[in-house]
Design a protein around this ligand. Sequence first.
Ligand code: PMV
Length: 307
Amino acid sequence: MSEANEHYGRGKLIVFGEHAVVYGQRAVACSLPEGARASLRRSASPQWSITHPGGTLEIDEYVRRALQAIFDTFDLSSAEHTVDAELTIPVGAGLGSSAALAVAVARAAADIVGIDDDTARGRIDEAVAASEAVFHGTASGIDQTAAMGAGFFAYSKSHGWPEISSLDVPEHRWIIARVAPSASTARMVKSVADLHRRRPEWIDPLFERFDAIARAGCEALEAGRWRDVGTLMNLNHGLLNAIGVSTPALEAACHTARDAGANGAKLTGAGGGGCIIALADDEHGPDVEAALAEEGDVYSFTLPPTD
Ligand code: PMV
């Protein structure tokens, strides 16, 4: 019961529909092969240690509250358990590190209290939602879904509960460039909420376009029509810019990727900084990666993950 057991959560890429998904529209995302590992063990002198590719995560008030929410859901005392966690994706870059960590810790917590698999899923969902609320404010739940699962999926929450359908997408290399420090997701979600509250009659039609792009994106992805996927990414990025979540650095990186031959590029996640994703064919992929490397850290993944 008090043995250390390692558990996993995955990072994610949002390919289409971030922000509009908070308003019930469709989004498309894919789990990453990387994310977070965590183990929990009972300890008389508990310590919480979370490493990430850039060093050690400061256990600030937010991290503490987010982890506490998981302990509370499982009726575990945070004062009696050591947490050892490792993030293998960059933190705060729009790649879902907080959900990946929350899922890994929640799975470890379910394991340590020894609840059966049927009960575990509901409790893990509940714990991760409570944890994600600390970082996201009004979270759509898309990160959480990606962190628990594998592969591409379409996601919407139009009737208050998630509708998730997995997508059968051929393998392809996806390029990610982190070109600026990230903004807080909660702050970016709030800035869109403020805009929407002020002029819903202007913003709702844009959200409907996000949805149409995500729906067309599902078909293009499943058919492996990569040129169309790229064009739809460019359109989606234009809408994200229109609602005010792009930045000069994100704009520059999208143009760099497209100029180097990418089929398409867009910001991914909450925006205000962070990452762009780009899609290129085999011939142009190395050029796109080299051009983006001049502007930030570049990662590439073959998606969907195969394990
Ligand atoms: O900042 P990220 O990568 O966790 O992305 C947030 C995605 C939003 O649509 C902006 C918010 C949400 O909860 O869906």
